[in-house]
Design a binder for this molecule. Structure first.
Ligand SMILES: C[S@@+](CC[C@H](N)C(=O)[O-])C[C@H]1O[C@@H](n2cnc3c(N)ncnc32)[C@H](O)[C@@H]1O
Length: 297
């Protein structure tokens, strides 16, 4: 069996450059840049109705703030609107470009740069606030990125960092059980069954391991946490305890979890999502897949 090579920072950069988070959902509007960003904002507010409350963007007014891993820039925009003295960065040039464009359209200001969270090009104790949503668990060395965040934070400075939550409904049910079974079926079923499955579900091709490689739980997790399936090089999940360990130089931890019920973007809503959605939303306030870590230096 060939040895699996470890994904590199270049692999991560290349993947996110080709798949900016959220861009696929609004690709049909890309010719009209105003509608493109407006629609992404509308979708984000439906998917995460408690985002502003959870992140408390308003507390950044006038404070030196870093948005680390901006993606398409929705959170950066909230920080810009809150009056943060803002620096915005991402490893993927495409993400920085999209966020710059969004800021120009909205008449907002920030400093922008392409940079690596594992090697931040800022002096120590440069920021009052570091925001980062769904970023460092995709980096080859998440621990190094966490130490860099601690380094650039001023004493008494705060972090709001979202990592994927291991103790969540979505992780155990949707990823480990449902997706795990699907991937086992498509990777280990006899050849004729696999061909039959792929004919019916062509998008499952991104769930097929390279020839000779064994499927692991890591493969299921990375496939279940972005639309690219196995093209997504790395995703990790954290508990309250393992995220405290990750940020061992910080204190006063507070955890908030959320996740959108499937069907948040459905219009009109199905009866199932009308009935089950509100219950799942409530459960997700404790066992949601997005675990926001708030802590102080
Ligand atoms: C799932 S997207 C999240 C984007 C955005 N924060 C959001 O909430 O939509 C992950 C982002 O992390 C960035 N990223 C991954 N590893 C990184 C690293 N080492 N340094 C900086 N950004 C990184 C990717 O380029 C990508 O834009």
């Amino acid at each position: 069996m060939p040895a699996m090579t470890k994904p590199t920072l270049n692999d991560v950069q290349d993947y996110w450059n080709r798949h900016p988070a959220g861009a696929a959902e609004v690709a049909h509007l890309r010719a009209d840049r105003i509608k493109y960003f407006d629609e992404r904002d509308r979708q984000t507010s439906l998917l995460y109705p408690t985002l502003a409350e959870d992140y408390e963007f308003d507390r950044t007014n006038g404070r030196r703030t870093l948005e680390l891993g901006c993606g398409m820039g929705y959170n950066a925009q909230c920080l810009g609107r809150a009056g943060a003295n803002l620096t915005v960065m991402d490893l993927a040039p495409q993400a920085v470009q999209l966020t710059k464009e969004r800021f120009a359209l909205r008449n907002l200001k920030a400093d922008f740069l392409v940079a690596d969270a594992e090697n931040l090009p800022f002096r120590s104790e440069a920021f009052d606030e570091v925001f980062s949503s769904g970023v460092i668990h995709h980096s080859p060395d998440t621990n190094a990125a966490a130490k860099q965040i601690e380094r650039i934070l001023k004493p008494e400075g705060n972090i709001s960092v979202m990592l994927y939550h291991k103790n969540s409904l979505w992780y155990w049910w949707d990823i480990v059980i449902k997706l795990g079974l699907m991937m086992a079926a498509v990777n280990y079923a006899p050849k004729f069954i696999r061909s039959w499955l792929l004919q019916r579900m062509p998008h499952w091709k991104d769930l097929v391991m390279p020839a000779g490689q064994r499927l692991t739980l890591n493969d299921v997790v990375r496939s279940g946490t972005d639309f690219g399936g196995l093209q997504n090089p790395i995703s990790r999940v954290y508990t309250h305890q393992t995220s405290r360990d990750l940020f061992s130089g910080l204190r006063d931890f507070r955890f908030i979890s959320n996740f959108s019920a499937t069907g948040a973007l459905q219009d009109p809503k199905t009866l199932k999502s009308k009935l089950i959605g509100p219950i799942v939303d409530r459960l997700n306030r404790r066992w949601g897949f997005h675990l926001m870590i708030r802590a102080k230096k």
